[in-house]
Design a binder for this molecule. Structure first.
Ligand code: SF4
Length: 291
């Protein structure tokens, strides 16, 4: 049987990531070196490519020691504290925060100001420790209650007002379910839920469902720290049980290709297209060896 390999035409970076990488490349072209606070994208292969062009990733501790230089802020955004440190150390920030994240940060800030006046709580549905969540919590002076599942709702005082927001890359259905559960538990009527899931991720799920139906086996390419990668991979597996997640072509196993007529390759919103093309080339080589 001859296998047909297709790369999902809708796969690749979301516009927020495209914009951040574009800014990084522009600066690297201009000055040959640039600091970036945290991994620019949750994809090691793409970070390695940018490192080879002069990008230097610094963690928060290293960032606080920098002076008189330029630092790129990635699409996930940063808490206000980062901007304060930059001002004090004469660091010019090249801000590539995604406009959607920026707008969510403003919403959280507004909700926080409101809640502060009436003794209410800001709740964020997200992954504790995730860069975007750290940035959002900063808008609430680090007082937000972070919940990652229904069990975490016990941390909320249901007798007080609540404003609920979601990290942009969470599953919209799961968020809806959690919001309904919290509404059921609430003993205070002042409860507002904001739909802050990014459509780039929500729409990808629907497109992926279609693509996963069209193939016999799916290779999902994503970095291990990609939040939307994990969610979209789980989504694909529900539709197409023969779905395998890999970070690069090095993790591909020849036996997965046995007897497959249609092989699909797709990825997260942080997976570069060139990486999916490398996976495709590797599949072709492995299939040629089997002939
Ligand atoms: S997933 Fe959405 S919110 Fe996040 S960077 Fe991409 S476009 Fe922006």
């Amino acid at each position: 049987m001859t296998a047909e390999i297709t790369i999902d035409k809708n796969a690749g970076f979301c516009f927020g990531v495209v914009k951040a990488i574009g800014k990084a490349e522009e600066e690297l072209e201009r000055q040959g070196k640039l600091y970036c606070l945290g991994d620019l994208v949750h994809n090691n292969a793409e970070v390695a490519r940018l490192r080879s062009k002069g990008l230097q990733v610094v963690d928060r501790k290293m960032f606080e020691e920098l002076h008189d230089t330029e630092v790129l802020i990635r699409a996930h955004g940063e808490p206000p504290m980062t901007y304060d440190v930059a001002r004090q150390h004469n660091v010019r920030l090249i801000d590539a925060t995604c406009p959607i994240v920026l707008s969510l940060q403003q919403k959280v800030r507004k909700g926080f100001e409101e809640m502060r006046q009436i003794g209410g709580q800001v709740v964020i549905y997200g992954l504790p420790g995730h860069a975007e969540v750290i940035g959002l919590n900063g808008q609430a002076d680090n007082t937000a209650i972070i919940v990652s599942n229904i069990d975490d709702l016990v941390a909320i005082d249901v007798t007080k007002p609540v404003r609920l927001y979601s990290q942009t890359t969470k599953n919209r259905e799961d968020y809806k379910h959690l919001a309904e559960e919290l509404k059921r538990l609430m003993k205070n009527d002042d409860f507002e839920v904001y739909d802050t899931v990014c459509n780039s991720v929500a729409n990808r799920a629907k497109e992926l469902e279609q693509f996963a139906h069209e193939v016999d086996m799916l290779l999902f390419v994503a970095g291990e720290h990609s939040s939307n990668g994990r969610y979209l991979y789980d989504y694909c597996r529900r539709v197409q049980p023969n779905t395998y997640i890999i970070a690069s072509e090095n993790e591909l196993k020849g036996e997965w290709l046995n007897g497959r007529g249609k092989i699909g390759i797709t990825g997260a919103t942080s997976t570069p297209r060139w990486l999916m093309e490398q996976v495709m080339e590797c599949c072709e080589k492995l299939l040629a060896q089997k002939k």
